[in-house]
Design a protein. Structure first.
Length: 423
């Protein structure tokens, strides 16, 4: 799905596609005049990476992606911003790069440049979490992942070079390619824009998942950054767990949201996957039991199907007896190949979740307060383990696996590997 983005306040719709076609000119919405300024000669070649004496070889960074939480970002921005500001002053223009929400400097082959000030427009390619109609607003909570993007304005040619600075909330990203006598890779730029904006828009999520202690606490409560929950719902869970405050009410509030209206479109997507369609009667019954509040039966019905789906998907890949560890060791390779290990699907961390929370080892001689595949199938889980929260977590596990297995993997290639290096 393509997402046209103009930068504005955080929390507002990420797109509101407007069409004035067919309307009289006087009825069309007028856009503000774009602020585009000529900078004249612009021969910036890059940024020196080390202190170097005159006459010595100097390492120069000619292309990169940097974020504003990196101190070198600010050093590089200041290095050329003063020169650009001086050129604007000479033209009588009251604009400063440091005050821009976004800008692009496009350098032509003759080393003259134009500055596009607060008028950069992007298109982001997203994995949508629900169905959309043309013109419908798309919110951050609706985004399953962002895997690519492109520059709508200004239009960039392969023989031009660029510095592009983008803002999301209180954070910035700068992308530049000033490499002389080398064409710009526009496809690579698109992937860098998409993956970089994903990093900015979901920075708190990345910080949580990369924090080993925080992630362990979340998994310890049976939760994960399930794609269905990303946004306000997971943020509330994360705060309650990490701060060890008010988790019970937060979980109950989340549980109440998963009624038939919420679950119906979710499980309808399952039946498009042959692995799920072949188990439709069992899976559908498990979900219906959840909706009826019969959590014990729901968990017993659904939990063991997780292993069956994973085995059917991955067992043919290796000879010999396939224990669950062997299955998990090759699980979701396509997700990593297509979306990258740092996708907000978090496939590598999800395998850890499955090992720790779903297929956790247990002592058959000891009753367990956790409803896992082993404790449930061996009858060792206590009655208190069969909760509505655990039943919902089981449904979300099945949904997460389905999303992994139905990603379009045909777009995998070198471009993904390059984009993955952004983090």
């Amino acid at each position: 799905m393509d997402l046209n983005q103009r930068f504005g306040e955080t929390g507002r719709p990420l797109c509101a596609i407007r069409s004035d076609r067919g309307k009289p000119k006087e009825d069309r919405v007028k856009r503000p005049k774009r602020r585009v300024y000529s900078l004249g000669e612009f021969k910036l070649a890059g940024f020196c990476m080390a202190n170097t004496l005159g006459g010595e070889d100097a390492p120069v960074m000619t292309q990169a992606v940097m974020f504003s939480d990196d101190a070198f970002f600010h050093h590089c921005m200041r290095a050329f911003a003063q020169d650009v500001d001086a050129k604007l002053r000479a033209q009588g223009v009251d604009a400063y790069l440091s005050r821009a929400s976004n800008f692009a400097i496009v350098v032509d082959p003759d080393f003259t440049a134009k500055l596009y000030f607060d008028c950069v427009e992007l298109r982001l390619n997203i994995m949508a979490k629900r169905n959309f109609e043309r013109g419908e607003a798309v919110y951050i909570n609706d985004i399953g992942d962002i895997y690519a993007g492109s520059l709508i304005y200004p239009k960039l040619r392969a023989d031009q070079h660029y510095i592009i600075c983008l803002r999301e909330g209180w954070k910035f990203m700068v992308l530049f390619d000033l490499t002389p006598e080398q064409p710009v890779d526009l496809e690579s730029l698109g992937r860098k824009i998409g993956i970089g904006m994903r990093r900015l828009m979901f920075e708190q999520l990345y910080e949580t998942v990369s924090d080993a202690s925080a992630l362990a606490s979340i998994i310890g409560k049976g939760w994960f950054a399930f794609n269905e929950l990303l946004g306000a719902e997971f943020d509330a869970l994360q705060r309650a767990i990490v701060d060890d405050f008010n988790l019970g009410p937060v979980e109950q509030n989340l549980l109440s949201k998963f009624d038939a209206g919420r679950l119906s479109p979710l499980i309808e997507r399952w039946w498009k996957n042959p692995l799920y369609a072949s188990r439709r009667k069992v899976l559908d019954e498990g979900v219906q039991l959840f909706l009826e509040g019969r959590y014990i039966s729901s968990i017993k019905t659904l939990l063991t199907e997780i292993e069956g789906i994973l085995r059917e998907q991955h067992v043919p890949r290796a000879p010999g007896r396939q224990g669950i560890e062997k299955v998990l060791s090759v699980a979701f390779e396509e997700v990593i190949a297509f979306a990258g290990a740092d996708s907000i699907y978090f496939p590598e961390q999800f395998v850890t979740y499955l090992r720790t929370s779903v297929f956790a080892h247990f002592d058959p001689d000891q009753p367990s307060s956790d409803a896992t595949r082993n404790t449930v199938s061996h009858g060792c889980a206590t009655t208190q383990a069969y909760t509505g929260v655990r039943a919902l977590q089981t449904i979300l596990v099945l949904d997460q696996i389905n999303r992994y297995l139905t990603l379009p993997v045909e777009q995998a290639g070198d471009g993904v590997a390059k984009a993955r290096c952004l983090r």
